[in-house]
Design a binder for this molecule. Sequence first.
Ligand code: MN
Ligand code: MN
Ligand code: MN
Length: 289
Amino acid sequence: MHSPIDLHSHSNCSDGCLSPDRLVARAVDCGVAMLALTDHDTTDGLPAAQQAASDHGLCLVPGVELSVNWGKQPLHIVGLGFDAASPAIQDAIDRNTAEREERAGRIARRLEKAGIPESLAGAQGEAGEGAPGRMHFARYLVNTGVVARHQDAFRRYLGRGKPAAVASHWIDLETGVAAIRAAGGVAVFAHPLRYGMTRTRCREAVAAFAADGGEAIEVVGGTDGPNDRSAAMALARRQGLLASLGSDFHDPEFPWRDLGWLKPLPQEAAPVWDRLDPAIAEHARAVLA
Ligand code: MN
Ligand code: MN
Ligand code: MN
């Protein structure tokens, strides 16, 4: 169940709990030799993560997790191995950051109507210098005793169909994939089975992603059920996509989703690192040997 490669993780530059350098240190402790930091709509953590990776002898893959809209359906697209200084990727990030800030105001107004005042300042406090997302609202609701656990915050207030659920207007799928490609990166369809879409709808979303230039899909994730790997592999096969794997680590308090806690890719999968920088691809093959 353990993988030396983990290509999906979050730091406190988005909604993770650890600073980039502590995240890298934990990855090393967990036996991860190659890590992608993929914060939501920010690359701010990459310089500190790279510094820590150099200090620890870990191979850091530059990453990001872009929120996009496919029609009204929100999706997450991970970008790997891009140039973070590229104006294309930073423009996409800027647009989503503006939307995240506006959305936070909408969520706070809904929470206020539900009897919970001042959540915007609370969520902003949890987010630090970043834009407040739903996870920050969830932590605020836990810390103020409104709910016991962050899952309850989603179940009662923030999740789909609940009082503080709001529509999001992210960049569209095509724009997100194009931004990653323009920055020299590989676009990865994140956690395909976690959107609550029907299987048919999910196949359509992955087909649209591939038509827009998406090249890879997460076949192995940190919270997979027993049949998820084969279902995700079927989606990869159908569109001829490369395969990625990542824990989606956020918080040491969620031990079921720890760094590197992953099944291996299926034998038949073509791994995404073969499309990354040749030095990274070689490193990946070496740590798996
Ligand atoms: Mn998150
Ligand atoms: Mn995600
Ligand atoms: Mn994620």
